[in-house]
Write a protein that binds this ligand. Structure first.
Ligand code: GTP
Ligand code: SPV
Ligand code: MN
Length: 620
């Protein structure tokens, strides 16, 4: 199929316009077939950009440049017509100016390269919640990853019709090959100051230039499914969120679905695939990164996973921490910035066993493996944001209904982040608005997923709803949208059908206690099932809680601690108590530094929640 065969006139015209601007050597309309995947992967291997892995069937390792290892928030723009609509937490450039700059960069940017046309669907094909897009890219790596991460190729065209809605997504690595130049094994991308990850929300348009990495380049993911989708969702009255979706079954066989918003590299993939340590419970995966949620006729909120694969953090993934992810990534997987072993396998810090012999690190240097899995910080063999791209259907714990077109009904929404102090293991909001308040105050240590600047990692920043880098409009208006969603449900008499909202923290630390691995006061991973079980019962209204100044918390004995290591049992009183002083400091910081950023866009309901929390704490 060629561009001329495309029946959708607007898509065809847009492609022709982009071809004229970018001047690729040729244009290929992707069919999404295995033959095409194999052909493009071979092209990458022949160009020295990918290494086949002897130990993993049909799997390959790519190495990027050190300047292109993660999202670049400083180069990510919400280019709404009015600056106020981008809000205080997004970078904004006037759309006319940004387009002029980027047109300059795009002009002739695909010389020596092929432009690939990828028609794709976010969500199960034909689902009433699914949405469609077309990505134009000059990166084979992007085509290959999009093939795993989305439903892409020929099968998608019928859903566009001749005039259906679509989000145009233009991407270039920003590295033209002039005069027969070749990549010569060097990951193509542009300098940081020439990278632009741009969104034009009014036009529902995405322009990305200069990066080949993850969320910067796989435009269906953060750019479309979050930054553009949040804008559409607000207009249409639904929710597009940076959330995992899991299916939780109790020992009686009863099922509830739970979503969770944690910032990048804070445990979504792990929670979505956890293997419970308490007997009789089961967790299955619906999604590990993004949830689109709409109200059903019954008043419940239904979620779909718009993606078809996992773009998961590799370091820390081991048979102990996340066996299911390892299994999902055991074949047909793309690895990026992992280390390569002599026998043709990948290795990373926290994989659960030391490497042997020599390793090629993520920068391409061959070094002796260390006898213990511990490199000096900054000299890791795998980059801390090394990733695997694996098909979701290969996950052993994928839920049978993960592609259900109407979505799965959500009972609970979790918020969380990496907070070494103050925030307890779990607490529940009193009601919907208090839950929105909890989402709005989420804070977390910065991780390697959100910055290419290693000096930022570990600093705490507020990341409301874990969506700070992914909200396509004013974050204050986003809070209001959440308040409005609750109010609309109440108006329909369906308030009781709204999901219950919880705030969890797996990352409390006591660095002085040498008995705690990593200083973490809670074992996390599979043991998080103990908290999920309490949440499950909370959703059924069980009397397993105490009312505290910050919300509802597990009452004595309500958390199942059977079989928990004694060293962790000893931490329970500290991590399930209200830290009054810590919370009062938290309130002060929210009042003085966080909420004022939003000015008149801050919903009054949230200021009221803050007042209420502070006065309850002061009375306690
Ligand atoms: P993105 O894909 O960037 O959105 O990340 P994510 O939220 O899916 O994070 P992921 O589950 O990949 O976890 C990131 C890192 O946190 C990994 O190194 C994990 O090993 C670690 N981690 C996940 N869950 C836990 C936990 O419960 N406790 C501790 N201590 N670490 C965890
Ligand atoms: C994240 O950073 O939250 C990710 C990885 O899931 S990326 O797709 O690069 O955004
Ligand atoms: Mn993410």
């Amino acid at each position: 199929m060629t561009v001329n065969d495309i029946k959708h006139a607007r898509i065809k015209a847009w492609i022709e316009e982009c071809v004229k601007m970018c001047e690729p050597d040729n244009v290929v309309v992707c069919d999404g077939s295995t033959a095409e995947y194999d052909r493009l992967m071979k092209k990458c291997v022949d160009a020295g950009l990918a290494t086949p892995l002897a130990k993993k069937p049909n799997s390959f390792l790519f190495r990027s440049l050190p300047s292109d290892v993660a999202r670049v928030e400083s180069r990510t723009f919400i280019s709404s017509v009015k600056e106020e609509d981008a809000g205080p937490t997004n970078h904004w450039i006037d759309p006319k100016e940004l387009k002029a700059t980027m047109k300059g960069l795009y002009t002739g940017c695909m010389h020596g390269r092929t432009m690939y046309v990828i028609p794709f669907c976010m969500g199960p094909l034909g689902s009433p919640i699914a949405k469609y897009g077309v990505e134009l890219t000059d990166s084979e790596y992007v085509v290959l990853n999009m093939d795993i991460m989305t439903r892409a190729g020929e099968k998608v065209w019928e859903y566009f019709g001749t005039d259906g809605d679509f989000v145009p997504c233009l991407h270039s690595v920003g590295k033209p090959l002039n005069n027969g130049e070749k990549d010569n094994g060097v990951w193509p991308c542009a300098d940081v100051e020439h990278k632009y990850i741009s969104h034009f929300p009014e036009e529902r348009l995405i322009w990305s230039y200069g990066s080949g990495y993850g969320g910067n380049a796989l435009l269906g993911k953060k750019c479309f499914a979050l930054r553009i989708a949040t804008v559409i969702a607000r207009e249409e009255g639904w929710l597009a969120e940076h959330m995992l979706i899991l299916k939780l079954t109790n020992p009686q066989g009863e099922v509830k679905y739970v979503t969770g918003a944690f910032p990048s590299a804070c445990g979504k993939t792990n929670l979505a695939m956890l293997i419970p340590t308490i007997p009789g419970w089961k967790v299955e995966t619906v999604g590990d990164d993004i949830a689109w949620m709409k109200f059903g006729k019954d008043g419940r909120l239904y979620a779909i996973n718009p993606e078809a694969g996992f773009f998961g953090v590799a370091p820390g993934t081991s048979a102990q921490s996340n066996k299911n992810a390892l299994e999902a990534a055991s074949k047909n997987t793309i690895f990026t910035n992992c280390a390569l072993t002599e026998d043709g396998d990948v290795w990373w810090e926290g994989i659960g066993y030391p490497a042997k012999g020599k390793l090629v690190d993520w920068k391409g240097n061959t070094r002796d493996a260390l006898p213990k899995d511990k490199s000096p910080k900054g000299e890791e063999f795998a980059h801390p944001n090394a990733r695997f791209t694996a098909p979701a259907k290969q996950c052993p714990c994928i839920a049978s209904d993960w592609e259900s077109p109407e979505g799965v009904p959500i009972s609970a929404i979790l918020f969380g982040g990496r907070r070494p102090s103050t925030i307890p293991l779990v607490h529940q909001s009193r009601d919907w608005n208090h839950g929105v308040f909890l989402g709005s105050i989420v804070g977390s240590e910065i991780t390697a997923a959100s910055t290419i600047d290693a000096s930022q990692v570990g600093k705490i920043r507020r990341d409301p709803f874990a969506i700070l880098p992914f909200c396509g409009y004013n974050m204050g208006d986003y809070f209001q949208h959440w308040i409005d969603v609750g109010a609309a449900a109440a108006k329909r008499g369906k308030e009781d059908k709204l999901p219950k909202i919880f705030y969890v923290n797996w990352f409390r630390k006591d660095e002085d206690n040498k008995d705690l691995p990593g200083g973490f006061m809670w074992p996390g991973y599979g043991d998080n099932s103990r908290v999920l079980a309490w949440i499950f019962d909370r959703c059924d209204g069980k009397d397993n809680y105490v009312d505290t100044p910050i919300g509802f918390m597990p009452k004595e004995g309500a958390l199942n601690l059977d079989g928990l290591d004694d060293v962790y049992k000893a931490q329970i009183p500290a991590i399930t108590a209200v830290d009054k002083e810590g919370w009062l400091k938290e309130c002060k910081d929210i009042r003085e530094n966080h909420y004022p950023k939003f000015g008149k866009h801050l919903p009054k309901e949230l200021s009221e929640c803050l007042d209420d929390l502070e006065s309850r704490l002061n009375k306690a």
